[in-house]
Design a protein around this ligand. Structure first.
Ligand code: NDP
Length: 312
C-alpha cells in the first residue's frame, strides 16, 4: 500500500538529521530514510575538530549518534532503506524505497551526500578488499606495522595519511601536483610526521601482487623530459581523491551541474522542482563541510514548512 508522508528526508548525514530536527519540531512528522551509509560520510572519519561546540574535538561516530538521538527526541521516524526510483513529475512526489515500497511525499529533502571517487584503474577492482580501500578509518587497522600509500593532496588525504601513520610503519602520500591542496594545519601535520613520505608529481599506473597488493607502479613528472617510472612496495593503497555526489537516482527530474551536484537557487536549497529541496554535500561542490551541510538541512526543512503552509 502506498504511504502518504508530509516531509520525506533522504539521507542520514548532518544535512539529513538537521533537516529532521527542524522538520519534526515544526510538526511536519518527517520520515527519514538513512540510505546506504547510516550517519553519512562522517562515520568514515575519526575525529571532528572543526564542528563548533566541541572545543576538544569529538569522535565522528559519537557526533552522528548525537545528531540521530536529537532527531529521535522530536519523534522523527528514522528508517533503513535506499531510494531506488522517483517520479517528481507528479504531486505528491512518488518515491520508491528498496525497489518495492512506494511513498507519496508532499515535500522531499534530498540529503544523500557524496561517495568516494576512484582513479578508474582496473587494478582498483582487482584488489578491492585485498589492499585497496577508500576508507582509512574503516580499514587502517588491517595494515598495522605495514607500508601503505594514500592518493590525494587534499584534507582527506592528509588526514588519512596522518591516521595511517599512527598504525603503519610507513605511509607514502601520492600527490599529482607539486603542492598539497590541504589546509595549512593539515599540511604541517603531514610534513612533521617522519613516517610520511610525500611523492609530489606522481601518478599511479597500476598495482601488482599475487593475491593481495604488494606494490604500485607510479610515474613521476608524467610527460616531462625527465619522466621516471617509480616502484613502491606497499601492502595497502588508499584512495582519498574526493567524492561523487549521490544524485544519480534524481537526475531524470532534478537539474545538476556537470559533476552531478544538484543545482539550487542562490542562498536557498530550492531545486528546479517545487517541493523538492536539496541539502548538504549532494548540492555543495564548494565547501563540503559538516557545518555547512547542517545549515543547509535547517534551511531545507524551513523551506519545506513554508511550502506545505502555502500548498495546504
Ligand atoms: P579535495 O577535492 O579537496 O581534494 C582531492 C585531492 O585529490 C586533490 O589533491 C586532487 O588533486 C586529488 N585528486 C583528484 N583526482 C585525482 C586523480 N585522478 N589522481 C590523483 N589525485 C587526484 O577532496 P577532499 O576529500 O580532500 O576534501 C573535500 C572537502 O572536505 C574539502 O573542502 C576539505 O577541506 C574538507 N575536509 C575537511 C577535513 C577537516 O577539516 N577535518 C577533513 C577532510 C576533508 P588536485 O589538487 O591536483 O586537484
Amino acid at each position: 500500500m502506498t504511504e502518504r508522508i508530509k516531509c520525506l528526508i533522504i539521507g542520514s548525514g548532518p544535512a539529513g538529521y538537521t533537516a529532521a530536527i527542524y522538520a519534526s519540531r515544526a510538526n511536519l512528522n518527517p520520515v527519514l530514510y538513512e540510505g546506504m551509509l547510516c550517519g553519512g560520510q562522517l562515520t568514515q572519519t575519526t575525529e571532528i575538530e572543526n564542528f563548533p561546540g566541541y572545543p576538544e574535538g569529538i569522535d565522528a561516530n559519537i557526533m552522528m549518534s548525537d545528531f540521530r538521538a536529537q532527531a529521535e527526541r522530536f519523534n522523527t521516524d528514522i528508517r533503513s532503506g535506499v531510494v531506488t526510483d522517483v517520479d517528481f513529475s507528479v504531486s505528491p512526489k512518488k518515491v520508491i524505497i528498496d525497489g518495492e515500497k512506494e511513498i507519496e511525499a508532499d515535500t522531499v529533502i534530498i540529503a544523500t551526500g557524496a561517495s568516494a571517487k576512484y582513479l578508474g584503474l582496473a587494478d582498483e577492482h582487482k584488489y578491492m578488499g585485498k589492499g585497496v580501500s577508500a576508507c582509512a578509518t574503516c580499514d587502517g587497522f588491517f595494515y598495522r606495522k605495514k607500508v601503505v600509500a594514500v592518493v590525494g593532496g587534499g584534507d582527506t588525504a592528509c588526514e588519512e595519511a596522518s591516521y595511517l601513520a599512527s598504525l603503519c610503519s610507513k605511509v607514502y602520500l601520492i600527490v599529482r601536483k607539486p603542492y598539497l591542496r590541504a589546509s595549512k594545519v593539515m599540511q604541517e601535520r603531514v610534513f612533521n610526521n617522519e613516517k610520511i613520505e610525500v611523492l609530489f608529481e606522481h601518478n599511479t599506473l597500476g598495482l601488482y601482487g599475487e593475491e593481495f597488493v604488494e606494490g604500485a607502479k607510479l610515474v613521476k613528472r608524467k610527460g616531462e623530459p625527465d619522466e621516471e617510472i617509480v616502484d613502491i612496495k606497499i601492502d595497502g593503497f588508499f584512495l582519498a581523491i574526493g567524492h561523487h555526489p549521490n544524485s544519480d537516482v534524481f537526475k531524470k527530474y532534478i537539474e545538476t551541474d556537470e559533476e552531478g551536484y544538484i543545482k539550487t537557487a542562490p542562498y536557498r536549497p530550492l531545486t528546479n522542482i517545487e517541493g523538492v529541496f536539496a541539502a548538504g554535500d549532494v548540492a555543495d561542490p564548494i565547501y563540503r563541510q559538516a557545518i555547512c551541510a547542517a545549515a543547509s538541512g535547517c534551511k531545507a526543512a524551513m523551506e519545506a514548512e513554508k511550502y506545505l503552509a502555502l500548498h495546504k
